[in-house]
Design a protein around this ligand. Structure first.
Ligand code: KIV
Ligand code: NA
Length: 271
């Protein structure tokens, strides 16, 4: 199985139609990537790793070093899905040149195929700069978590006419700038559909609409491993219960001296 390419993913949407929706999940570790790879078109090394694995209260403090280490692990653990790595807050907003320098590091030091950055029309010049210089860019609009300090929280976007118009205009601007796909997060459904239909490249919904060209979720959220999740998460497994029950049983067996048993210990040969 050859790794999917970014142009192949972009071509999934032809003349406004996507016959086969694009499947994307987050991955932060090599083992997670191995398990998800066969089922996904793309794996996203999301800066949500700040909250999910580092216990930070937002993605704002996430560093290049974190994204490089986890990005490289996910590339090593996968061979089919295209790997996209999030650009951390503060590493791309200042100028196209700043964005290029850091995006190039992500590509060179992880082996990923593309980067993702947050923001609409304000980032269009940067998206064009990168994509014209060999770095495919995925956009991310609507509820953009790195802007939590400006947005004031993680509420759905697009409820007022002005906000709705801005989301569709942002989608158009990134599409025209050459984004190969755009994540539409936490947007009231009719506006998510309008933004998706306004662009030639595929939309990837998360709290968007089933009519988007693809969907993404945070793997820990959909596996029931992360306790507080937004409305748009559907739980496909209950891993928190599985892990805590395993720990409970292990603890009971250690305390009862019934673990390790004969199968988990080394006996002298011939004994
Ligand atoms: O960081 C992340 O996991 C993301 C997805 C939720 C789109 O950006
Ligand atoms: Na992100």
């Amino acid at each position: 199985m050859k790794r999917l390419t970014i142009p192949a993913i972009r071509r999934r949407k032809q003349d406004g139609v996507t016959a086969e929706p694009i499947v994307m999940l987050t991955a932060y570790t090599a083992r997670q990537a191995q398990l998800l790879d066969a089922h996904c078109d793309m794996l996203l090394v999301g800066d949500s790793l700040g909250q999910v694995i580092y216990g930070l209260s937002s993605s704002v403090p996430v560093t290049m070093e974190m994204m490089i280490n986890h990005g490289a692990a996910v590339v090593r653990g996968s061979y089919h899905a295209a790997v996209v790595v999030d650009m951390p807050f503060g590493t791309y907003e200042q100028s196209p040149a700043q964005a290029f320098e850091n995006a190039a590091r992500l590509l060179k030091e992880t082996g990923c195929a593309a980067v993702k950055l947050e923001g609409g029309a304000a980032m269009a010049e940067t998206v064009a700069f990168l994509s014209q210089r060999g770095i495919p860019v995925m956009g991310h609009i609507g509820l953009t978590p790195q802007a939590v300090n400006v947005l004031g929280g993680y509420n759905a976007r697009g409820r007022s006419a002005a906000e709705a118009d801005k989301i569709v205009a942002d989608a158009r601007a990134l599409d025209a700038a050459g984004a190969f796909a755009i994540v539409i997060e936490g947007v009231v459904e009719p506006i998510a559909v309008a933004a998706s239909e306004a662009i030639a490249c595929p939309s990837i919904g998360i709290g968007g609409s089933a009519r988007c060209d693809g969907q993404v979720l945070v793997t820990e959220d959909m596996c029931g491993l992360f306790e507080r999740v937004p409305r748009f998460v559907k739980r496909y497994a209950d891993m928190a219960t599985t892990i805590s029950e395993a720990a409970e049983t292990f603890a009971a067996e250690v305390r009862a001296r019934s673990f390790p048993g004969i199968d988990q210990t080394y006996q002298p040969r011939g004994a």
